[in-house]
Design a protein around this ligand. Structure first.
Ligand code: XMP
Length: 475
């Protein structure tokens, strides 16, 4: 019988380092065959972890978030749209109203979408005006028509304008919004100073070719998965994640085939697996990245309920042997509690780590903090927990569930509380800082060097005890 290890069983042996400052190490990596990230952090597709707020922060920091699938297709598309529109330097389809709409409608749209101005077009998509906060700030008559309030003295640019040229025009004319119109006056887009400023503050954010933040979204293997995939692809999602607990399954292989048949070369991530055989089959079926981890998550009880799984470090190493040969990145999913775990996961062969519980305690995870004995907490739940399963079934059946339904569920996850940890940006900063430190101890300037230099030692219980703070009273 083979012996298998997890993060706490090992340490990385320090190596001679040529890194003089940890700021100099390069944490860039690949999420999948064609998606590059600047940090190896992926927010887990769980309903207590990743909706648009989490996905936005992760992408701003250089990682990515995967929007969970436990909502209707239109709702999941809305979440993707919110990420895609949050930081678009060049907006292809700006929000528009017509001159006959009322101020009430305009105010509602501005509130709902969090925007400070609306372009006004006639029914043929010709730009005829712009309505900004300045035009309406003291107007109390909400029944007034937009045509009576909008500015018609418009500064516009050709759609081919570069961002640098747009910056000059915005500055010269002291304006914040530059509509893009073609020679027939048809509206073709919008550039705003706010988006240019934001993109400057966060130079390492993960962006697509149009300057929009990257985002992934999960799909299942049954029911509406094809419609879901199609709607997400139409919303310009950057990657689809086939989300199934036992990924080495005929269901996953058929799903990969269906997605490829219907949608060609969309970036496709599949999992979860924990073996080299599983990795090979998913790669041969045509996916662009593999999610590794069975029973490793903080809220998982699969190993207790089903007696199945592989401790995470061994799972990564086994899968990495095959993935490396095919040049396919691995996502280590589950079990990350410290930055040291991230360093070990990467050194073992993962290109990124997917994080659930650690990010669930942050400001940007769905849900509000709860107070318990004077401490703030947030809720995290396994997607195969009783609550999540019942919620999903009740939503899918569009009705209420009765008590009998509880008995038919065999949960493989738990519902829990995690301490409130502040903003996700702060947590990610600490995690990446620790990883940089780990790279320096490995004598590595980048993640590839870290994997090449890595030497693990297995430690004893006494070694582990020595590794944590000991013989002191923590304050
Ligand atoms: P962490 O440790 O970061 O792990 O909280 C997150 C990962 O856990 C997986 N997950 C589950 N696994 N039962 C399981 O066996 C569940 O109910 C469950 N919910 C989530 C998932 O892979 C996630 O990314």
């Amino acid at each position: 019988m083979k012996k298998a290890y997890t993060f706490d069983d090992v340490l990385l042996v320090p190596k001679k380092s040529y890194v003089t400052t940890r700021k100099d190490v390069d944490t860039s990596t690949k999420l999948s065959r064609n998606i590059k990230l600047n940090i190896p952090i992926v927010a887990a597709n769980m309903d207590t972890v990743c909706e648009h707020k989490m996905a936005i922060v992760c992408a701003q920091q250089g990682g990515i978030g995967i929007i969970h699938r436990f909502m209707s297709v239109p709702d999941q598309v809305k979440e993707v749209n919110k990420v895609k529109r949050s930081e678009m330097i060049r907006i292809d389809t700006p929000y528009c109203l017509t001159p006959s709409h009322t101020l009430l409608v305009a105010k509602k749209l501005m509130d709902e979408k969090g925007i400070s101005g609306i372009l006004v077009t006639d029914n043929g998509d010709n730009l005829v005006g712009i309505l900004t906060n300045r035009d309406i700030v003291f107007e109390e008559n909400v029944d007034m028509k937009i045509s009576e309030l909008m500015s018609t003295d418009l500064i516009t640019a050709d759609p081919s304008i570069s961002i640098e040229e747009a910056k000059v025009m915005l500055q010269k004319n002291r304006i914040e919004k530059l509509p893009l119109v073609d020679s027939n006056k048809k509206l073709k887009g919008l550039i705003t100073s706010k988006d240019i400023i934001k993109s400057k503050i966060l130079p390492d954010s993960s962006k697509d070719a149009k300057g929009r933040l990257l985002v992934g979204a999960a799909i299942g293997v049954r029911g509406d998965f094809i419609q879901r995939a199609e709607a997400l692809i139409n919303a310009d999602v950057d990657a689809l994640v086939i989300d199934i607990a036992h990924g080495h399954s005929i269901l996953t292989l058929e799903t990969i085939k269906e997605i490829r048949k219907n949608f060609g070369d969309i970036e496709l991530i599949a999992g979860n697996v924990a073996t080299s055989d599983g990795t090979l089959e998913l790669i041969e079926a045509g996916c662009d990245s593999i999610k590794v981890g069975v029973g490793s998550g903080s809220i998982c009880i699969t190993r207790l309920v089903a007696g199945s799984g592989v401790p995470q470090l061994t799972a990564i190493m086994d899968c990495a042997k095959v993935a490396k040969e095919h040049n396919i990145p691995l996502i280590s999913d589950g079990g990350i509690r410290t930055s040291g775990d991230i360093a070990k996961a990467i050194a073992a062969g993962a290109s990124t780590v997917m994080i659930g519980g650690l990010l669930a305690g942050t400001e940007e995870s769905p849900g509000v903090p709860i107070l318990r004995h004077g401490q703030r907490y947030k809720v995290v739940r396994g997607m195969a927990s009783l609550g999540a399963t019942i919620g999903r079934e009740s939503r899918e059946k569009k009705g209420s569930f009765d008590e009998l339904d509880f008995g038919s569920v065999v949960p493989e996850g738990v519902e829990a509380m995690v301490p409130y940890r502040g903003t996700a940006a702060e947590v990610i900063f600490q995690l990446v800082g620790g990883l940089r430190s780990g790279m320096s101890y490995c004598g590595a300037k980048n993640l590839e060097e870290m994997q090449n230099n890595a030497e693990f030692v297995q430690i004893t219980t006494a070694g582990w005890k020595e590794s944590t703070s000991h013989d002191v009273e923590l304050i």
